[in-house]
Design a binder for this molecule. Structure first.
Ligand code: COA
Length: 109
């Protein structure tokens, strides 16, 4: 992700980024001991090699240090591709609730 873009997310919305050459994860920790993963992306040619799981591990490890209890994610059910939801579920996220066409998922830290 472009460095300016990262600075924007941090300064205006307190979102943090963990990134490497193959992908990134964008997340935000809240005062109420929750974290929200807003976006996760792995380059198509590197998918299904556990890179997404590794980046999620990094967020969960940070959350443990910070005393965060739950991590949320969201998936647009209008997406034709079921892969992202499948990968979240395989990682251990469970369905939380549905808000319009957005499906919320959650995993205890
Ligand atoms: C979602 C995404 C980040 C997953 O990254 P990844 O590196 O491929 O995920 P992992 O390799 O860690 O996979 C974790 C598990 O999900 C499974 N999985 C991954 N992609 C899958 C797919 N398309 N269909 C079914 N299962 C899938 C893996 O097989 C693995 O299961 P296992 O533990 O039983 O082996 C990646 O597919 C992506 O960048 N997609 C486009 C962006 C996007 O849609 N992001 C999510 C919305 S913000």
């Amino acid at each position: 992700m472009d460095n300016l873009f990262e600075k924007y997310w941090l300064e205006y919305d307190k979102y943090e980024v963990i990134k490497n050459e193959q992908g990134f994860i964008l997340f935000k920790c809240y005062d109420n001991q929750t974290c929200y993963i807003r976006s996760i992306y792995v380059l198509p040619e590197h998918r299904k090699s556990k890179l997404g799981s590794k980046m999620a591990d990094d967020v969960f490890n940070l959350c443990r240090i910070r005393g965060i209890k739950k991590v949320f994610g969201s998936v647009d059910v209008a997406l034709k591709e079921a892969g992202p939801l499948m990968s979240f579920l395989k990682y251990g996220f469970e369905l939380s609730h549905c808000d319009g066409q957005v499906l919320w998922i959650v995993k205890e830290v």
